[in-house]
Design a protein around this ligand. Structure first.
Ligand SMILES: Cc1cc2nc3c(=O)[nH]c(=O)nc-3n(C[C@H](O)[C@H](O)[C@H](O)COP(=O)(O)OP(=O)(O)OC[C@H]3O[C@@H](n4cnc5c(N)ncnc54)[C@H](O)[C@@H]3O)c2cc1C
Length: 338
């Protein structure tokens, strides 16, 4: 019998996570991952990669909790294995601090991270402008290492990879039975989704090996994340801003804001500057539909629009996308019997 041909579009953290889940769980499918940009040139490559999340308004909280927990547990296994340095996945402890006490003092993911607690008054003393804080251990996943590691795992499961830009899903209709769309911001043109928009983010990598704890301002704009390859300091959240160039004003503002949280950063050497566009949407789109492509009905599974939380939710949403691919296969078997 002919193998079912699956094409995953996108080589960021969402595409590779989904491709690995499908290739490993469904060995009777032939899985191709197709994308125009691969590591180190995707948005995922520059993400700080810290596991955190905000709530999406219209997705049941139980589903969001599952996405977070599935991702966290998957990456925790890697962080605690011999694969940790090659995969770029490490445990990271630190503080999220707030000027005003937030309405939601205990976020929905508090039970998934390790050792979540409120900061003591003594701990908050070093942040005199802040009145509330959370201390916990989470994970930092550096995609410039993690994506090549996932690609190896995908190839080991029999997957193949093709570098190509497509202008329409029509181009894939005769070669594949199921298309999995993980094209991030590319979905705006690829599937004409006007709900997807960019949120520009600029970060710097600095050399400051003495910093071991992350510090994140609860407003999400200022953060210091020590990692395996330097410390990521940021950032910006500029909605509908498509500029990919580094902005010197943003650089100054980042160094000033981060320096006010961690004065020793004035001694750190700047290693690099980077800009990426978060593929944002009111809610991520993780669902399936049947699409008529060149007269043929083709099953399409969407998995895109994770905004500033794509690294955090990648494995969890990939497992959901795998479930949707299974449903497509069930429908195809049923059709074949009719
Ligand atoms: C400054 C910054 C910091 C961030 N920090 C964090 C963080 O700490 N934690 C966190 O969880 N998230 C973070 N994010 C968010 C995270 O980077 C994204 O959510 C994530 O990278 C989205 O992954 P993706 O695979 O959907 O998209 P991408 O990485 O952009 O990949 C999209 C893929 O689709 C391909 N593609 C698109 N269109 C086409 C087409 N027409 N034909 C062929 N291929 C196509 C592209 O080539 C690419 O391979 C950060 C983002 C930024 C910008």
């Amino acid at each position: 019998m002919r193998r079912v041909r699956v094409c995953v579009v996108g080589a960021g953290v969402i595409g590779f996570s989904t491709a690995v889940c499908v290739a490993e769980a469904l060995p009777f499918c032939s899985v191709t991952l197709l994308a125009d940009k691969f590591s180190p040139d995707t948005t995922s490559d520059g993400a700080a990669g810290i596991l955190f999340a905000a709530k999406f308004p219209d997705i049941p909280l139980e589903r969001q909790k599952r996405w977070f927990k599935d991702s966290f547990d998957h990456l925790l296994d890697i962080a605690q294995s011999q694969h940790s340095p090659e995969a770029g996945v490490m445990l990271s402890s630190g503080w999220q601090i707030f000027k005003e006490v937030p309405a939601d003092k205990k976020p929905f993911w508090a039970d998934s991270v390790i050792g979540f607690r409120f900061m003591t008054e003594g701990e908050l003393k070093r942040f005199p402008d802040h009145n509330f804080g959370q201390a916990f251990t989470t994970i930092k996943c550096e995609c410039s290492s993690y994506l090549p590691w996932l690609e190896k795992r995908f190839r080991a499961a029999g997957g193949s990879v093709e570098q190509r830009k497509i202008d329409s899903l029509q181009e894939l209709s005769s070669s594949y039975d199921i298309i999995v769309n993980c094209s991030g911001l590319g979905s705006k043109t690829l599937v004409h989704d006007n709900q997807v928009y960019p949120v520009r983010g600029q970060v710097l990598k600095v050399e400051a090996p003495w910093l071991q704890h992350f510090i994140r301002d609860g407003d999400g704009k200022t953060y210091i994340y020590p990692g395996i390859h330097g410390v990521t300091v940021g950032g910006t959240r500029q909605e509908q801003d498509w500029r990919l160039q580094v902005d010197d004003g943003d650089t100054r503002s980042i160094l000033e804001r981060c320096g006010s949280l961690e004065p020793s950063l004035s001694k750190a050497r700047v290693l690099s500057k980077w800009v990426g566009l978060r593929p944002s949407r009111r809610n991520p789109r993780v669902e399936r539909e049947m699409v008529k492509l060149q007269g043929r009905r083709v099953a399409v599974v969407h998995n895109y629009g994770h905004g500033g939380w794509g690294v955090t939710l990648a494995w969890g949403t990939a497992l959901d996308a795998l479930g949707l691919v299974r449903q497509c296969l069930d429908d195809m078997r049923l059709q074949a019997k009719l």
